[in-house]
Ligand binder design. Sequence first.
Ligand code: 1GP
Length: 263
Amino acid sequence: MLSLGRIQFVHPFMGNMQVYPRLQQAYQQGQKQLALLIDPDGLDDAALERLLDIAAEGIIDYLFLGGSLMVHDRLDHCLLRIRQRAALPIVLFPGSPLQIHPGADAILFLSLISGRNPELLIGQHVIAAPYIRDAGLETIPTGYMLIDGGAPTTASYMSNTLPLPADKPAIAVCTALAGTMLGLQVLYLDAGSGARQPVPVALISAVRDAVNTPLIIGGGIRTPQQAQQAWAAGADVLVVGNAVERNPVLLAELAATKLDFAP
Ligand code: 1GP
């Protein structure tokens, strides 16, 4: 199975932008950041180009790439398009080890610490590790916490886990603390793609007060006001996907909101 062995894979559009130092520096300086999530399955080429037109204007900080379930083999194609259009760090946000690709700059090495599925706490990581090593990807150990967004999401169904209750910040705080004590360097609180309700502000601020790591928040963010509240509560990076796929102009509005927080 470990057919890649120790051969370093060289890909024609391999990335070389360091991501974790940017995350950490922005967190320490109180600088808010915005990530656009691209699900290669969810966008045809015309929609992808529309988003990349906006992304190329320098208003976002990262492109996250991945999905809980991919039905079409479009990762390679999307990565090439992105590299051709936008000089941005590309961060894999993988739903499975099938989404490892040397054309990205970094990978969120996700431990699903809100759940109790051993496959997503260590099992899939063992399978993925040699491929990530051979792809030469920067690996960002990330505590991934699914938060109840008001309805089942693809992420909760595919991961076979229950999301954390949105109205129980104490559970989120203890989970976040345990994650950082285990050495996870970033926490990603996610209400899930297309969530009815984004991660509650009270939960973000409770976790923010408890840990000293960059906080990524995503899922169900649809308006500049929701973004403003999440950043104000202590989010460092906001991730948006669905809403900007439907309305690409929202990306510019979110970027303008981010400027309110310029340190
Ligand atoms: C999902 O956090 C991301 O994992 C983004 O969610 O598509 O709802 O913006 P949306």
